[in-house]
Design a protein around this ligand. Structure first.
Ligand code: AMP
Ligand code: MG
Length: 400
């Protein structure tokens, strides 16, 4: 199979992925980050009644004509109203009602004067300013009117959307269900943390790294395990769980070594291959296909290769499957402070730290080294065919 570009790989996967269209109805308080699956029409006016935006007096603008500090107008205070209360008195000529922020405006008043523009009078109040009709007057439905379409399906809910839903009195909403993933790390040299290390063995980083990132993305882990370099063992695990998951992710065993089992796994499962090898460093030998109608993305086992491709390749696919805008990759341009000295025949992603339009790479960029990813917040794209990048050159950066 011929190697392809990263952009082609992402396109192929996005075209072949299944969008989650099953829904569930959940509490608004549990819905942050979820994708709305219904239209939301405002069931009420917001606010439901005309209200005061400040502490002061509700009155008739006509009564304030010519008022100033030198020539105040005196009005009779006939009542008072607090937030959560209601005033039955009607404001007539020469009268005012003491009013607090958030209170309903009494009948007859067409404006509110802030108390700093009065003498704070209790029985009568001196008005120091002339007001316009409807000045400081919040209409019923100022925020939105009953019946307005406020949100559409496909919108990802963030704090403001949750606040608006709660403000409408809505308790439960219908959202798309979470994505369910199968994660499998492969390698007979790998040992689960907590076990003693034998000769030639290392601990499994990738499984735990992938699980951690997927959980941080609020994706459901339907199954996750470490498998030896035994194709039948891997196939059994996949067969057992394939119906419960939307996508299959694995690491390791995709290269050309004798124990690179994922090729056999694809053959045994009769999984359809979409592509093998991306012209990209790290993660060149990535193998992708479909099994049981689900995408199967087999990442390279090198830990930096796995993490880089989880972002560059998997993340945009998860975004397409869920409709979640927060999963789309974000790229910025930045000045590369220290530059990159090596040739890059294919596009290369170098771990880095981005801040205020500037980016720096530090530590080893070797695919097998994971600890230098600690503290990194981006990957710097070194374009294919570059001899080197000089310090101060501008580069594209993928934010993690
Ligand atoms: P592979 O892709 O299986 O050829 O593995 C490439 C390199 O990454 C080898 O040195 C493996 O030992 C290492 N490796 C593979 N999987 C993991 C893992 N889950 N955790 C840590 N290192 C791994
Ligand atoms: Mg291996």
């Amino acid at each position: 199979m011929e190697s392809i570009l990263l952009s082609q790989a992402v396109d192929i996967l996005r075209q072949n992925c299944l969008k989650i269209n099953e829904t569930e109805t959940i509490s608004v308080d549990e819905a942050a980050g979820r994708v709305l699956a219904q239209e939301i029409y405002a069931p009420i006016d917001q606010p439901p009644f005309p209200r005061s935006p400040l502490d002061g007096y509700a009155l008739r603008s006509a009564d304030t004509e010519g008022a100033s500090r030198e020539t105040p107008v005196s009005l009779k205070v006939i009542d008072e109203v607090f937030a959560g209360g209601f005033c039955l008195s009607r404001v007539t000529e020469g009268c005012a009602v003491r009013i607090m922020t958030g209170s309903p405006v009494p009948e007859g008043a067409d404006c509110i004067i802030m108390q700093e523009d009065t003498d704070y009078g209790m029985e009568t109040v001196n008005i120091y300013k002339s007001l316009r009709h409807l000045q400081n007057y919040c209409f019923a439905g100022e925020d939105y009117k009953k019946g307005t379409l406020v949100m559409k399906p496909g919108m990802q809910l963030k704090a403001a959307e949750i606040g608006v839903l709660a403000g409408m009195g809505i308790e439960r909403i219908t959202v798309y269900r979470k994505l369910r993933v199968l994660v499998m790390s492969t390698g007979s040299e790998l040992v689960n943390p907590g076990q003693p290390l034998g000769p030639g063995q290392i601990y499994d980083s990738n499984l735990h790294m992938l699980l951690a990132q997927l959980r941080m993305w609020d994706i459901e882990i339907a199954a996750g395990t470490l498998i030896d370099d035994e194709p039948e063992q891997a196939c059994a695990f996949i067969r057992e769980n394939a119906d419960r998951v939307d996508i299959i992710l694995s690491t390791g065993g995709v290269s050309v070594g004798k124990k690179d089992i994922m090729h056999d796994v694809f053959d045994i499962l009769e999984a359809e291959k979409l592509f093998w090898k991306i012209r990209l460093k790290p993660g060149m030998p990535t193998l992708c296909g479909q099994y049981n109608g689900k995408l199967f993305i087999a990442l390279s086992g090198n830990p930096y290769g796995a993490v880089a491709n989880l972002h560059l390749l998997v993340r945009p696919v998860l975004a397409a499957m869920t409709g979640r805008a927060d999963l789309e990759l974000r790229t910025v341009t930045a000045v590369y402070e220290n530059g990159y000295p090596k040739r890059s025949p294919v596009i290369r992603y170098v771990r880095g730290v981005y801040e205020n339009g500037r980016v720096k790479s530090s530590g080893s960029n070797d695919s097998g080294v994971l600890s230098s990813v600690i503290g990194c917040n981006c990957m710097i794209a070194i374009p294919a065919g570059t001899e080197k990048i000089d310090p101060g050159e501008t580069v594209e950066v993928v934010l993690l």
